[in-house]
Design a protein. Structure first.
Length: 465
C-alpha cells in the first residue's frame, strides 16, 4: 500500500496488475452507517425467496465465468491455473450449498407442560439475521474464501462488508460485481481495500455484529480482543498438519494425495501436509517414492495450465522458507530433495527427513513447499510427537487396521482426523475449523450461516384453564 492506493502485483514475476483506491476512515464510517441502517429497518430486509433467486442467478454467472475468474485468481494469487479452476468450481458448489441450507434452517419447538409453571404454554424458536457482518479474508483462496465468508451473510439476510487480502483483492471485487449483476442491491454487500487502522476500526465498531476472519493467528486473536460487546466471531488461522503412515498402509495409493496435500499452492494452505510420521519398516520405500514424485513437480508461471507448483505470495516468504530449511539442516535434518530458491519468488519443492523437534519446520506452520518426514517405531510415539505443537486443525492416519485408525482418531489433537486421506481434504458442507492457535469456531457454509443468525424465542400462553 502506498498513499491512498493499493498496488496489486503478480507474485510470480512481480508485474503490476492493477491499482485500487483505498477506503478512507470517513468512507468506512459511511459504509458502516448504511449497512447498520439497512439491518435495523426490517421493512428493507430481503425476503428469503428473493435471496434464493439472487443466489441462483449468481451461481449461474459464476458457472459461466469459471475460466475468467480462475485466470484472475492465478495471476494475482499465484495458485496454479489447474487448481484455480477447481477452486472456482468449488465456489459454484458453495453457493448451491447455501441455497440448500436455506431450505433446511429452522427453529424448533421447546417443550412445555413439563411442570406447573409451563402449563398452557407453547414455545418456538426462529432464526433471524444477526446484523452487519465484517468478512476479513486471506490470499490463498481468493474466490472460494470470499464465497465462504460473504455468501452465508447474503443467504441469511445480513449486510456484509468484505475486506479481501491486500495481495488478492481483484477476485473479491469480481465476485461482488457478479452479486450486483445477479440482482443484489449494492448496500447489502460492499467490498473494500483499506489499511490496518481502518480494518481495526471497522472490526471493533459496535455496529458490527459478527466478524469472520481468515488469516494469521497474531492478527486474528488481536482482532477478537477488540470486538464490541456481544459481537460474535469465527477465526481461521493456520496449522502444522500431521500425517501418520502405518506399515500396513497402501503406499502407492496414498502417495499422490500426500504430494498434492503437501505442495498444493506451494504449501500455502492452512491444512497443508507438513509433518509426516512414517513407520520405520517402510520409511525407505516411502521416502524413495516420495522424492521421485516431488522432483517431477513442475514449478512455474501459475497461469500456465501445466504448472503444478506456483510462487510464494511474496519474495520475503521465499527468504523465510529458505532460512527455516537451512536451520533444520544445520540442526541435523537430512535434505532429501529441494532446499533451494528457484527465483526471487519461487522455491523448490522440498522434503526433509527427521528435522529436530526444536526447529521451526517442526514447531511452526511452514506455509511453503516443504514437507518433513519423521520415522517412528510405535504409532503411539508418533501421536505424542504430533500433538506437541500449539495447533489443532486437521490430521490424518493411513492404515488398514480399524483399531489403529479409531485409536488415532481419539488420540490425535485435531478438530478433524482423516483416515486414509490427506489433511488438506475438504468439502464445503463439512465442519471446518481449528482450535488453540489454529482458530475459533467452525467454518463450512451451513455452520457459518447459523453463526450469523440470532435465535429468537417465542412463548405463547393460551387462555385454556
Amino acid at each position: 500500500m502506498a498513499g491512498s492506493t493499493l498496488k496489486v502485483f503478480s507474485p510470480y514475476d512481480e508485474h503490476l496488475i492493477k491499482e485500487l483506491p483505498l477506503t478512507s476512515m470517513d468512507d468506512a464510517e459511511k459504509i458502516l452507517d448504511r449497512a447498520h441502517a439497512l439491518h435495523v429497518d426490517r421493512s428493507r430486509w430481503l425476503p428469503k425467496s428473493e435471496r434464493i433467486k439472487i443466489l441462483k442467478d449468481f451461481m449461474k454467472l459464476l458457472s459461466e465465468n469459471v475460466e475468467t475468474l480462475a485466470k484472475q485468481a492465478a495471476e494475482e494469487g499465484g495458485k496454479p491455473l489447474v487448481d484455480s479452476i477447481i477452486e472456482v468450481n468449488r465456489a459454484v458448489n458453495g453457493v448451491e450449498v447455501a441455497i440448500q441450507e436455506l431450505a433446511q434452517m429452522r427453529g424448533m419447538e421447546i417443550p412445555m407442560e413439563l411442570n406447573e409453571a409451563s402449563r398452557n404454554h407453547m414455545a418456538y424458536t426462529m432464526l433471524e439475521p444477526g446484523g452487519v457482518v465484517f468478512a476479513v479474508s486471506a490470499f490463498n483462496h481468493p474466490v472460494n474464501l470470499i464465497i465462504h465468508q460473504v455468501i452465508p451473510a447474503i443467504a441469511t439476510g445480513c449486510p456484509v462488508i468484505a475486506k479481501p487480502a491486500a495481495a488478492t483483492p481483484l477476485s473479491c471485487f469480481s465476485v461482488v460485481d457478479m452479486l450486483y449483476e445477479a440482482g443484489l442491491p449494492e448496500e447489502w454487500c460492499r467490498a473494500i481495500v483499506c489499511d490496518r487502522e481502518v480494518t481495526s476500526r471497522i472490526a471493533s465498531d459496535r455496529r458490527i455484529k459478527f466478524v469472520t476472519f481468515i488469516g494469521s493467528a497474531k492478527v486474528g486473536w488481536k482482532m477478537r480482543n477488540s470486538l464490541a460487546p456481544g459481537a460474535g466471531c469465527s477465526l481461521e488461522h493456520g496449522g502444522a498438519a500431521p500425517v501418520i503412515i502405518e506399515a500396513d498402509a497402501d503406499i502407492d495409493a496414498l502417495l499422490p494425495g500426500l504430494v498434492k496435500g503437501g505442495y498444493y499452492h506451494a504449501g500455502q494452505v492452512c491444512v497443508s501436509v507438513q509433518r509426516v510420521f512414517v513407520q520405520r519398516a517402510i520409511i525407505d520405500e516411502v521416502k524413495g517414492k516420495m522424492v521421485e514424485m516431488v522432483r517431477k513437480l513442475k514449478v512455474g508461471d501459475p497461469v500456465d495450465i501445466s504448472t503444478e507448483v506456483g510462487p510464494l505470495i511474496k519474495p520475503g516468504e521465499v527468504d523465510r522458507v529458505d532460512n527455516w530449511v537451512k536451520e533444520a539442516v544445520s540442526q541435523g535434518a537430512e535434505l532429501l530433495c529441494g532446499g533451494k530458491r528457484i527465483s526471487n519468488t519461487s522455491y523448490e519443492p522440498t522434503l526433509l527427513l527427521n528435522p529436530s523437534q526444536r526447529s521451526k519446520c517442526s514447531q511452526e506452520e511452514i506455509f511453503g513447499p516443504v514437507v518433513c518426514f519423521y520415522e517412528y517405531e510405535n504409532y503411539l510415539d508418533a501421536v505424542e510427537v504430533a500433538n506437541m505443537v500449539p495447533f489443532n486443525f486437521q490430521a490424518s492416519i493411513y492404515t488398514k487396521s480399524l483399531d489403529t485408525a479409531l485409536d488415532c482418531v481419539k488420540r490425535l489433537k485435531a478438530k478433524a482426523v482423516m483416515v486414509n486421506e490427506h489433511t488438506a481434504f475438504r468439502v464445503d458442507w463439512m465442519p471446518f475449523g481449528g482450535a488453540e492457535m489454529s482458530g475459533l469456531g467452525v467454518g463450512g457454509i451451513g455452520y457459518s450461516m447459523r453463526d450469523m443468525c440470532h435465535e429468537k424465542l417465542m412463548v405463547i400462553k393460551s387462555g385454556v384453564v
